[in-house]
Design a protein around this ligand. Structure first.
Ligand SMILES: Cc1cc2nc3c(=O)[nH]c(=O)nc-3n(C[C@H](O)[C@H](O)[C@H](O)COP(=O)(O)OP(=O)(O)OC[C@H]3O[C@@H](n4cnc5c(N)ncnc54)[C@H](O)[C@@H]3O)c2cc1C
Length: 567
């Protein structure tokens, strides 16, 4: 198991419960996986608040918002299994909010027809992570959260383990396994502003899978959240929750204009996420942004008590990192890369990849979100498909009569690490190169894209890739972070290339993907895009929903999302 976020831990639990030996490795502390940042909630049609809700309606809402690119087989399986996923979490001890009579509370989230989002205050991700770590530990799952996986070990199209090193002391690990589950997160940290923290979501999962022989899918489809912090530099991209706008926050440009009046005069700041992201982007790009490159989000017209009571986390965040009192001073914000809707190609029902014995799950997998993710669907994706891949991997392992270990594959993985460590006296360092990747992705493949920008991005990326060979990698007494950064960079370069290639191929505007040179949707591009290194981008037809879900889609009106959170 590679990854100890919600997806990896849920899969590990399933494996342990089936009596299969499992090792879960992660490059980051188990209680601090990216999952712990999730705030708003997790979806399932439990119908605790709205008895009319059904799994079919959940599926229809998800498909309708995905701009025809979600895989209906994935969506329907998710929606059908989501209630059982919540039951599992509750059984493991997750403390979700409840009504006075004991029912689980569910709230509206984004474009869902009914209230179907369970939550634990605005710490839902942390509660789920805590619950899964505890359950896995109780079951005796071995978790090593000090291993950086650098390569998957494959022999003739079949996985036999993974290779990595200890981030503290550099010890090399050959991890032999019948099956490997990749749950290593997305690639949103390759943009300058990202709601991910340093050293997470650097595209590792995509690189590991692609180099093992897997196809990536829809890498251009990245959700940008409209409001991320822009300073201080260390916190650039950190999410400013949509609750700020929900509570009455007003967006203004540097000239003091409430610019949403010209983008969506009816819904103003309560317009949809993609529209607000585009509006913020346009104001900044057309020179009406602040000196620091943002727009202003103002909540100071509310009285101080209200802000402290309704937005305590935001108040603390700005005081802590920027020494800014949001009850007095507007926040400076700009769009921030938030979620990878594309990633590793998986088969819908089993989440197997193109490599035998290798599975992908969670944010690194694809199929559920199409061109626009519905808030609250990603946590439940981790839990539903975590369970499914755990069972599939156990079945695969039990079916094997013989396992093969390929010395040359292990030697190649070892040589890669040794080669990087031997790069002494070089002129380049990983961090500045990583920064160069993030700059180019922001400038050439941000909220709005064009053929000329994307082509320029590919040229700049080639230049950066060429400089990796002269990079200095120097572990020191503090540990092997420098080596980890070098591999983060390799992941970022591969993920960036796949994103740029697919973004160039998708010559249309659809969902989160905006092409300045192709402002309309092209029906011929109602396909998923498949990427393999060195090959032209290929196309894959999208499946059809079942008759019962299709019927709901036919009769569906637009859901009014005003005032609903989408995170
Ligand atoms: C601020 C914020 C709020 C959000 N709110 C919500 C919400 O309300 N509802 C919702 O549904 N979703 C939300 N999301 C999205 C959701 O949190 C993520 O999509 C989800 O948690 C991803 O889980 P995961 O298990 O796939 O990956 P992660 O939690 O990212 O875990 C990845 C794991 O892989 C490990 N790893 C990565 N690379 C390597 C490597 N090379 N070697 C070894 N280990 C490696 C990491 O250490 C980590 O353990 C939010 C996201 C953010 C940023």
């Amino acid at each position: 198991m590679i990854g100890a976020g919600a997806a990896g831990l849920r899969a590990a639990i399933e494996l342990a419960e089936s009596g299969t030996q499992v090792l879960c490795v992660a490059k980051r502390r188990r209680d601090d996986a990216h999952t712990s940042l999730a705030a708003g909630g997790i979806n399932a049609a439990l119908a605790t608040m709205d008895p009319e809700d059904t799994w079919q309606q959940h599926a229809a809402d998800t498909i309708a918002e995905a701009y025809e690119l979600a895989d209906p087989a994935v969506v329907e399986l998710l929606a059908r299994e989501a209630p059982a996923a919540i039951d599992d979490l509750v059984r493991y001890g997750a403390e979700f909010a409840r009504e006075d009579d004991g029912r689980l509370s569910q709230r509206y989230f984004g474009a869902h027809t009914y209230r179907r989002t369970c939550f634990a205050g605005d710490y839902t991700g942390r509660e789920i992570q805590r619950t899964l770590v505890r359950r896995a530990t109780d079951l005796g799952v071995r978790i090593r959260d000090d291993i950086y996986v650098t390569r998957l070990l494959v022999h003739e199209g079949r996985i036999f383990g993974a290779y990595g090193f200890d981030v503290e002391d550099g010890t090399r690990d050959v991890l032999l396994a019948d099956a490997v589950i990749l749950a290593a997160g997305g690639h949103t940290r390759i943009w300058r502003r990202s709601s991910s923290r340093r050293d997470e979501n650097t595209g590792d999962a995509m690189r590991l899978a692609a180099e093992a022989g897997c196809r990536l899918r829809d890498m251009e489809l990245v959700q940008f959240h409209p409001t991320g912090m822009i300073w201080p530099e260390d916190s650039a991209g950190t999410l400013v929750t949509e609750a700020v706008r929900g509570e009455g926050g007003i967006l203004r440009n540097a000239d003091g204009e409430r610019f949403m009046e010209s983008y969506d005069p009816e819904r103003l700041e309560l317009s949809t996420r993609d529209r607000i992201a585009l509006a913020n982007y346009t104001e900044i790009a057309e020179g009406r942004g602040t000196e620091a490159g943002g727009v202003l989000l103002d909540i100071s017209h509310l009285d101080r008590e209200t802000v402290l009571e309704r937005l305590p986390r935001m108040y603390r965040q700005f005081i802590d990192v920027a020494m800014l009192d949001i009850t007095q001073t507007p926040m400076e914000v700009a769009p921030t890369a938030h979620y990878s809707m594309g990633g590793v190609w998986v088969e819908a029902k089993t989440h197997r990849t193109d490599v035998e014995g290798l599975y992908a799950v969670g944010e690194c997998a694809t199929g559920l979100h199409g061109a626009n993710r519905l808030g609250g669907n990603s946590l439940v994706e981790c839990i539903v498909f975590g369970k499914i891949v755990g069972a599939e991997a156990a079945r695969w392992s039990a079916s094997l009569d013989v396992t093969v270990r390929d010395r040359s594959a292990i030697a190649a993985a070892s040589d890669e690490v040794s080669g990087l460590l031997a790069q002494r006296g070089g002129e380049e360092f990983a961090r500045p190169l990583q920064r160069a990747v993030r700059d180019l992705m922001s400038e050439c493949a941000g909220v709005v894209r064009s053929a000329s920008g994307l082509t320029e991005g590919l040229e700049r990326l080639d230049a950066i890739a060429g400089r990796i060979g002269t990079m200095e990698v120097r572990p020191d007494i503090a540990g092997f972070d420098d080596l980890a950064h070098a591999f983060d960079l390799k992941g970022s370069v591969l993920a960036a290339r796949a994103t740029l290639d697919c973004a160039l191929e998708r010559s249309e505007t659809r969902g989160a993907h905006n092409r300045l040179d192709f402002p309309g949707l092209d029906p011929a591009l109602t396909v998923n895009l498949l990427w393999r290194h060195g090959e032209p981008v290929a196309r894959e037809a999208v499946g059809k929903p079942s008759a019962e879900v299709a019927a709901l889609l036919d009769g569906r009106d637009d859901v009014d999302v005003s005032g609903r959170l989408l995170e």
